[in-house]
Design a protein around this ligand. Structure first.
Ligand code: SF4
Length: 187
């Protein structure tokens, strides 16, 4: 990707992402008003870290990829962490291909999102992530859905945390071993 192309993508698609930067080891994550300011702050330090939250991963994918590629051009040894409320395997694999090293699931970008305690290497999350975990966008709203139910069953955050990103062997839908046709009713 040429620099100009990446910048154009960032300028066109910077509304739904939220961005923070810091120097590695610092206690706080100053928020950045937009992706270009984030890149500017990153360029001022070596071993800088850039944290991106997106609640619309498919919509923001091109912009996040552009950000990752530009981060590696403007900074020395940058680390990029991507946090999303709607992860899926193909989306994370796309990020890994442009140098994103750490990913994290989080419902909202509050303090929890800014802690690296639960951010983990892309390969580790991909190893655990259920392949049936998909995302669907409808009327500017992104949903996490289950492929076992033909992507028609919307997943609760508590299910995503307990089953989809942690241990699908404990999920009743995965254990069935086949596509379902009726939504599971939680007790
Ligand atoms: S609900 Fe179960 S089968 Fe569906 S995506 Fe999550 S872990 Fe996989």
């Amino acid at each position: 990707m040429r620099h100009g192309t990446g910048l154009a993508v960032l300028l066109a698609r910077d509304r739904s992402m939220r961005i923070w930067t810091r120097k590695k080891g610092e206690a706080t994550w100053p928020p950045q008003p937009d992706p270009l300011q984030g890149l500017l702050q990153l360029s001022k330090t070596s071993h800088g870290e850039l944290l991106v939250f997106t609640g619309a991963p498919q919509t923001d994918l091109a912009a996040i990829k552009a950000l990752a590629q530009l981060a590696h051009k403007v900074a020395t040894s940058p680390v990029m962490i991507v946090v999303t409320s709607h992860p899926s395997a193909d989306w994370i694999e796309g990020l890994a291909r442009v140098g994103v090293e750490l990913v994290q699931y989080c419902e909202e970008p509050g303090d929890e999102a800014l802690s690296l305690r639960t951010a983990e290497p892309v390969s580790e999350l991909l190893h655990r992530l259920c392949p049936a975990l998909h995302t669907r966008g409808r009327e500017q709203v992104t949903l996490s859905v289950c492929g076992r139910f033909h992507d028609r069953m919307v997943l609760r955050p508590s299910w995503i945390r307990a089953w989809c990103i942690r241990d699908r062997s404990t999920c009743p839908f995965w254990r069935d071993g086949k596509n379902g046709s009726h939504p599971y009713r939680a007790p």
